[in-house]
Design a protein around this ligand. Sequence first.
Ligand code: FES
Length: 197
Amino acid sequence: MSDQKVDNERRALILATSAAGGAVVAAAAVPFVASLAPSERAKAAGAPVVADIGRLAPGEKMVVKWRGKPVWILRRTPEMLASLEKVANRVSDPASEKSEQPGYAKNAARAVKDEYLVVVGICTHLGCSPSDKIRPGNAEGMPADWQGGFFCPCHGSQFDLAGRVFKAMPAPTNLEIPPHTYLSDTSILIGEDPKGA
Ligand code: FES
């Protein structure tokens, strides 16, 4: 075999090896980059969501999906907030001692900002979705002394406008408050808990 032929074969071998190595690197890099972006499945499993509350008028409620659950955001009026005090002796866990919420929402209004209730809209009894009975009085089929809140149609649990369950209802605890934080006056990040619970 001539020296020239040996050199040519060696060069071809080096090029082939480099190309194969590059392919391995490229193949390895794709899943790595992909793993940095949250997949749809990861989002459904728990990635936080941002709620734009800029157009939510006083007294209105909006719903966003987080972890496949409905999260209600209710912009409470001063009258709605006043109703919480009126029913405090009729709810089973007024200070939310036994209920699920971050530490920063463990207060009378169960909120970071009193004006906005951010709550998981799933009954703590067997998981039905309570209906809005936000207006006070019997206009929405509730008792005349109703102060406004939510009603679970499955077994009749009643909740006030902070998601606190009334006494002697099937639901064992208040509605759950999810971790959340305000990104601005009009934007809430739901599902992330930077301040810690
Ligand atoms: S599921 Fe709501 S009262 Fe039973």
